[in-house]
Design a protein. Sequence first.
Length: 121
Amino acid sequence: MAPGWIEKVTGSLEQKKQYRQYKVRKDHLPADYHAAIDALERYLMYFGAIARGDVLVSMLEDLADLFEQSAASNTPIRAIVGDDPVAFAEEFIQNYSEGQWINKERARLTAAIARAAGDRA
């Protein structure tokens, strides 16, 4: 019973473990790949506004996979992100849209307007 209560307050302990593993993986990347993934991570955190921990961890693990594989095959960073890193990041985040907080707000807005308009569901 206690672990369930604690996780409700602090978040999933498993997700925290996965996040720490992601940070270790990122730290083992070559310096230029590490700098690139840091920049992408920062942008994705602000732009993506992922509110669900499971989706966030999945996104970061996928990003680490991409950069680890690219570093192992000596793929240039520009070959990964292209000429427009913003477009790359915004396309990448689309794969994780179910975790964005805006979805909850869209549902809340839709329900509030339906109630105000007297719609019956």
